[in-house]
Design a protein around this ligand. Structure first.
Ligand code: DPP
Ligand code: ZN
Length: 889
């Protein structure tokens, strides 16, 4: 498989000013007539190369003259023409594609009775011949023709110009998108849907029609989605001054969808999991995810669509930035209308959740064979680079710019970015230059030149902290030292790649021995939190008026995506967990204390951890601290997730992690049972369901208390959980009870409630996904159980949500039962089965064990064998080959 390099970028030698597409839509074969207005960009007379995949070419015409086959070159994936020195011409192509056979769900495909498209990154070439690259931007006019009964709705990007009936029961709709766009933002949808809509006035007083389409029968589940869309429009107006630039903005829910959602211009296509919600069937987490994803895709309208990527190496230009924007949107929505202290806490909860996700998904990626900078240098298949690094680390790198520039400066930088680049396809460097234009005004003599290294260097940097207190001088010297060891392919490069020091904003606070915050005075400036800008390999700051040896609060707010190295005593951690004024660092301290106890008990299972009692006391203090919000309390009292802990074992020892964590949950549940019971009672909510921060926080705390009580063992916990299940009036509570039972309940209780749940929800596919997932991820579910579930009539490998709910959940989250020789070969078997259907999905499943070399020897051998088995198969997809070859190299 060929690798593409960032430095090979060449501008496309032609402009496609207009694309006029006519579709005769049918599920088995759709004929596409493509009419392109082409101009030579450089008068060089170079060949015109178009991409195509799984298409049948019927006819090619240039300026109205049909070409004979010897006038063009057709290979499996290219169509090459030699228009010579013509400055401008019209190219017409007729081709066929086959939606019903399209199991990859890229290009035009069938889901249920409807037709959908997915083009990012390279799906448009599966619809028609075209220069399938983001820097070719065209105005689209799209005519859709189809059977009216089967496909009563015909949607595409932009505005509906006209629609009319045709003979033979067919009809036609013509859409025009006034904004030039790359083909990856093209979309069409044909089918029969229910619609919820609302007209709003944009900030400048224009009317805009917002619509959410979904299957008939699910219209009662789209209210939250439409409301979230309205909030997204408002938020982008107020926070970034960005207005909706279309008369109409549509969202359509698809049952079969590879990703979360897609920001096609004016016609977003969404995985139904990120659209449909009602209190009965959706959890708080789903409500929040729907709001976040709707925001994310809507925000792409400016960051991605109006200003797009020059090439796919720049993917983080739009994704990192848009994730940052959706994170801020969610935080603003959560804190809206709360008193200051609660707002701060809610913001910290959002930050905690985002950082946890980063650590679980991105840190391991950045230490494994797929490690890449947020702007990769090369790839074989771009689909493999829709990664946690591009998205989540990308967002952290934008957030650091926000930290360095401040809210106002960042906004000024964004304004400048749009002033310079609206309507263009640009690079990450262009974005940074716009931000830098503000930074240099704020910091004369300084630039963001060094900051750019974050875009080109992979790996999670480590920052080592050293403190030196001088009691006589009453000063504290803080030394930060950065290291960025080689990762991924770098570890095998000779000579070794030299990584240069990064520009790292490091937020620091200090507490005294009683836990009171000290102020930091440096060069006469006094503050509670100092933002140290680490630029050298090692740098020292001196703070004055520090009478006694302080306890440092490090990397407050997670001010940079790094790992801090600093030896702390358990007592220090406990002090910070109780008193740190920075809510993020406080949570971090509690988590570190728990991690320490867990790792201790793994390394010496007989004696356990000497700090266990300190942890119990700390948890008790936190349970009784009346100043904490319920949401925050639920985060600080949760034990670190299994996968987060796994990353801290070396070699990776999944079974030990599962057992140690289960044991400690049980222990904390038992030791603090009366407190959990009080928390359970105190967080009861009467009244109707609402997913707001305060109520979801209460549910989250109440359900955590329930889990601890259930895990404590004994009759009481299970009885309470069964009651909780029966009394639940929303999916959050119902799932919490079911989850606790499935993890810790007796086999009878477990299977009885699972059966009950299935019977009640069998008609709602998104809830049945939960039913598969809760079982697949449970330590009580064996490989044999999973194989049994695969024979369930509701299981299908073809539906990505269903495959994710059972196969991915088992392989990713059932650390106890996937790690055996049989478990590993099951994984390989499913990777191969999926690869034959849908390489986007198979390569994702393969990546679950990309870090196989770090496991304990027995597991490593067995994983290696499974990888080799995959590698030995003929005809792997190019997506999967890239992953396999990197994993085994
Ligand atoms: N639809 C995916 C996203 O929004 C890819 N652009 O992130
Ligand atoms: Zn995105």
């Amino acid at each position: 498989v060929q690798s593409i390099s960032r430095h090979d970028y060449r501008p496309y030698p032609y402009r496609i000013t207009h694309a006029d597409l006519q579709f005769d839509l049918q599920a088995d074969a759709t004929r596409v007539h493509t009419r392109l207005s082409v101009e030579s960009a450089d008068a060089s007379g170079q060949a015109l190369v178009l991409n195509g995949e799984d298409l049948t070419l019927e006819q090619v015409a240039l300026d109205g003259r049909t070409l004979s086959p010897d006038e063009y070159t057709l290979t499996e994936n290219t169509l090459t023409l030699a228009p010579g020195t013509l400055p401008a011409f019209t190219l017409e192509i007729t081709s066929l594609c086959r939606p019903a056979d399209n199991t990859q769900l890229m290009g035009l495909y069938v889901s249920g009775n409807s037709l959908f498209t997915q083009c990012e990154a390279e799906g448009f070439r599966r619809i028609t011949w075209f220069p399938d690259r983001p820097d070719v931007m065209s105005r689209y006019r799209v005519t859709l023709r189809a059977d009216k009964q089967r496909y009563p709705l015909l949607l595409s990007n932009g505005n509906l110009l006209e629609s009319r009936d045709l003979p033979d029961g067919r009809h036609e709709a013509v859409w025009e998108d006034p904004h030039p766009k790359p083909c990856y933002l093209f979309a069409l949808v044909a089918g029969d849907f229910a619609c919820r809509e609302q007209t709003i006035q944009t900030r400048s007083g224009r009317d805009a029609l917002l619509q959410v389409y979904s299957d008939h029968g699910s219209e009662h589940q789209t209210e939250w989605a439409l409301d979230s869309l309205v909030r997204s429009v408002r938020w982008d107006e107020t926070r970034f001054g960005l207005e909706l630039d279309l008369d109409r903005f549509m969202i359509v829910a698809a049952r079969d969808f590879n990703m979360g959602a897609m920001e096609n211009k004016g016609l977003n296509v969404f995985n139904s999991a990120y659209v449909l919600a009602d209190p009965e069937s959706a959890t708080d987490a789903s409500y929040h995810a729907i709001e976040a994803v709707i925001g994310h895709e809507y925000f792409h309208n400016w960051t991605g669509n109006r200003v797009t990527c020059r090439d796919w190496f720049q993917l983080s230009l739009k994704e990192g930035l848009t994730v940052f924007r959706d994170q801020e949107f969610s935080a603003d929505m959560m804190t809206h209308g709360l008193p200051e202290a609660e707002a701060q806490s809610a913001r910290a909860v959002k930050r905690i959740d985002d950082v946890t996700a980063l650590r679980i998904a991105q840190f391991p990626e950045d230490a494994g064979p797929m490690a890449h900078p947020i702007r990769p240098e090369s790839y074989q298949s771009i689909s493999n680079f829709y990664t946690a690094t591009i998205y989540e680390k990308g967002a952290e790198i934008i957030r650091m710019q926000h930290t360095l520039l401040g809210e106002e400066g960042f906004r000024a930088g964004m304004d400048e970015y749009f002033r310079r680049h609206d309507g263009q396809a640009v690079t990450c460097d262009d974005f940074l230059s716009a931000m830098e234009s503000v930074y240099v005004r704020q910091n004369p003599g300084s630039t963001l030149e060094q900051f750019r290294r974050w875009y080109s260097q992979a790996g999670t940097p480590r920052v080592k902290v050293t403190l030196a207190h001088d009691a006589a001088a009453q000063t504290l010297r803080v030394t930060l030292e950065q290291r960025n060891p080689p990762v991924g392919i770098e570890t095998r490069q000779n000579p070794p790649v030299e990584k240069l020091p990064l520009h790292i904003p490091f937020a620091l606070g200090l507490l005294d021995g009683e836990g009171k915050e000290l102020s930091l005075t440096h060069k006469g400036v006094k503050q509670a939190t100092a933002l140290l800008e680490l630029r050298e390999k090692s740098q020292t700051w001196t703070f004055e008026n520090i009478a006694e040896q302080p306890v440092p609060s490090l990397l407050r707010g997670f001010s940079a995506p790094v790992i801090v190295e600093y030896e702390r005593t358990p007592q220090e951690l406990a002090l910070l967990a109780r008193h740190d004024t920075d809510a993020f660092a406080r949570w971090e301290a509690a988590q570190s204390l728990a991690t320490r106890v867990l790792l201790d008990s793994i390394s010496r299972p007989e004696s356990g951890s000497p700090d266990e009692q300190l942890l119990i006391d700390t948890w008790e203090a936190l349970l009784q601290d009346g100043s904490l919000t319920a949401a925050y309390r639920s985060r600080i009292l949760s034990l670190p997730a299994e996968r987060e802990l796994l990353e801290k074992t070396s070699p990776l020892d999944p079974l030990a992690v599962v057992e140690a964590r289960r044991r400690l949950i049980g222990k904390l549940g038992d030791a603090l049972a009366p407190f959990w019971m009080t928390a359970y009672e105190d967080n009861r909510i009467d009244g109707p369901y609402a997913p707001d921060a305060a109520s979801s926080g209460k549910r989250s705390m109440r359900n955590l208390a329930l889990l601890y009580l259930m895990a404590a063992g004994g009759q009481g916990g299970q009885e309470l959980t069964l009651e909780h299940y029966d009394a639940a009036r929303n999916m959050t509570d119902r799932m919490a009870a079911l989850g606790a039972l499935v993890q810790y309940g007796t086999p009878e209780a477990r299977s009885e409630r699972l059966q009950h749940f299935y019977t009640q929800w069998r008609h709602n596919p998104l809830v049945i996904d939960r039913w598969f997932a809760v079982q697949a991820a449970s330590a009580a579910t064996s490989l044999a159980d999973v194989r049994q579930l695969m024979t369930h009539p509701d299981f299908s490998l073809r539906n990505p949500n269903r495959a994710r709910s059972l196969i991915f959940q088992f392989c990713t989250n059932n650390l106890r039962n996937v790690h055996s020789r049989e478990g590993h070969s099951f994984w390989a078997e499913q990777v191969l089965a999926l690869d034959a259907l849908n390489p986007e999905i198979s390569s994702r499943l393969a990546r679950v064990f990309e870090n196989w070399q770090r496991f304990t020897p027995v597991l490593r051998d067995s994983l290696q064998q499974a990888w080799r088995h995959i590698q030995s198969q003929p005809a792997l997809s190019s997506n999967l080959s890239e992953i396999v070859n990197k994993a085994l190299s």
